[in-house]
Design a binder for this molecule. Structure first.
Ligand code: GDP
Ligand code: IMO
Ligand code: MG
Length: 423
């Protein structure tokens, strides 16, 4: 049995797409279990850059079965555009399967995401405005429309009209905006249904059988640990479960079927959107990391907030997902900095905090405690063996490893598929 989970262990954008693409070379099945097109996974393969939002990053592998699981929220128009883009670039997309149970993002979800953010004013979450939260809200309220419902023409028309009616009450009476007309989108969605029909399947069965047949299965996380709805920096989170436990809920397989879990981290920290960020840098070093690391959102283009590596967060990721290994990306971005800092704990009054706090009020009282290490100037982008890395880089990696309590098994020295050191 070989089922491996790859999750983001910070606030998303850790380079999961690249790691999945690398591991997918030895995998037969790649599965997305949560989130939607709020995700943006960049893969650079053979000099071509792909930005994937919904399609599992394993799609670039010729014979890889790619699954969009039950827990994903699916914007059908976005998925079809992405599939067209891949086809244009010569990538075969026939190996994609989407679970019947995946919930569909409807136009009113996107409208409501925008209106809810606007109404939050200064307290906004900084969502991607892709309708993710409102779609998961409908799922929890038990009025959501699933792929199997979209494929059932009469049922879809009825449900789409009913739901638009409910949402229009909110849109017009609470937010004072123009109602959504279901006739404006029903035919378009029925057109999507025609195109998506061939991909629809009960993927819980496919997946179970693949694991039982000893196929190599890879679960591709979206977002990151601190964006998790339960254990993240609530309410500045997404509406799904990016931690490893989310994989079981979002694919319909049991935890006993998973045997490895890799947490992807950056050698520093970034966050896009609002919410607390203890090690955030507001100085030139932060700007340097942003520019050198090209830290601008894949989905929204927003500049990412940048800061030092936070080992409190690293340990939190190791603990809450039961990580068996860390893939540490973007070491090359730190090249040239005179010193590199790692946050080892938080000072809160007289107390030193080692575990990431639940309360944002408590978190706001926390000041990072830093350990400084000398930086390095060598170009490491061409290094392919761990032992060939400069000592200062190795010291930095090994300090992160010791502080997080988990082995660093992969080291990223560039965005390319080959710019990775397996350890
Ligand atoms: P994801 O959402 O976790 O898949 O990450 P994103 O794709 O949103 O952002 C990560 C960015 O870093 C992408 O532009 C990647 O191409 C890039 N990247 C990944 N690993 C490395 C690395 O080791 N070095 C550098 N310089 N860039 C990397
Ligand atoms: P990948 O998979 C980084 C953030 C948004 C916002 C919050 C809620 O590329 O790592 P949402 O639209 O999900 O309701 O927004 O979550 N967010 C991400 N940040 N990477 C992502 O995905 C993200 N997906 C959502 O910026 O703060
Ligand atoms: Mg991303």
């Amino acid at each position: 049995m070989s089922a491996k989970v790859v999750i983001g262990a910070q606030w998303g954008d850790e380079g999961k797409g690249k790691i999945i693409d690398i591991l997918a070379q030895q995998s037969e099945v790649v599965v997305r279990s949560q989130g939607g097109n709020n995700a943006g996974h960049t893969v650079e393969a053979d000099g071509v850059e792909y930005k994937l939002h919904l399609t599992p990053s394993g799609i670039l592998g010729k014979n890889t079965l790619c699954i969009i699981g039950t827990g994903v929220v699916l914007d059908p128009g976005v998925l079809l555009e992405e599939l067209d883009m891949l086809t244009e670039k010569g990538v075969c997309t026939d190996n994609l399967k989407i679970d019947y149970r995946a919930h569909i993002i409807m136009p009113y979800h996107i409208v409501l995401d925008g209106l809810m953010e606007e109404a939050r004013g200064k307290g906004d979450i900084g969502t991607t405005k892709k309708g993710i939260g409102p779609c998961y809200m409908d799922k929890a309220e038990r009025i959501g429309i699933r792929l199997c419902d979209l494929l059932d023409r009469d049922l879809f028309i009825q449900r789409a009209k009913e739901n638009t009616g409910i949402k229009n009450q909110l849109i017009t009476k609470v937010y004072g905006k123009e109602p959504v007309n279901p006739d404006d989108f029903i035919d378009t969605y029925l057109g999507y249904a025609d195109r998506l029909r061939k991909y629809a399947a009960d993927t819980t069965v496919l997946l179970y059988n693949a694991i039982k047949a000893d196929k190599k299965v890879l679960f591709e996380g979206a977002q990151g640990t601190l964006l998790d709805l339960d254990i993240g920096t609530y309410p500045y989170v997404t509406s799904s479960h990016p931690i490893s436990g989310g994989v079981c809920v979002g694919t319909g397989i049991g935890p006993t079927l998973i045997d490895e879990c890799i947490g992807v981290m950056k050698a520093y920290t970034t966050r896009v959107g609002k919410g607390p960020f203890p090690t955030e840098l507001f100085d030139e070093t932060g700007d340097t990391i942003r520019n050198v690391g090209r830290e601008f959102g894949t989905t929204t283009g927003r500049p990412r907030r940048c800061g030092w590596f936070d080992a409190v967060i690293g340990r939190f990721g190791v603990r809450t997902s039961g990580l068996t290994g860390i893939a540490l990306n973007k070491l090359d971005t730190l090249t040239g900095l005179p010193v590199v800092k790692i946050c080892t704990g938080y000072q809160k009054g007289d107390e030193v905090v080692y575990d990431f706090p639940a309360s944002l009020t408590e978190l706001a009282k926390c000041k990072p405690i830093y350990e400084e290490m000398p930086g390095w100037t060598e170009d490491i982008t061409g290094v392919r063996r761990y032992e060939d890395l400069p000592d200062r880089v190795k010291n930095y990696i090994e300090r992160i490893e010791a502080l997080c309590g988990c082995r660093v098994c992969m080291v990223g020295v560039g965005p390319g598929r080959d710019q990775n050191i397996e350890r």
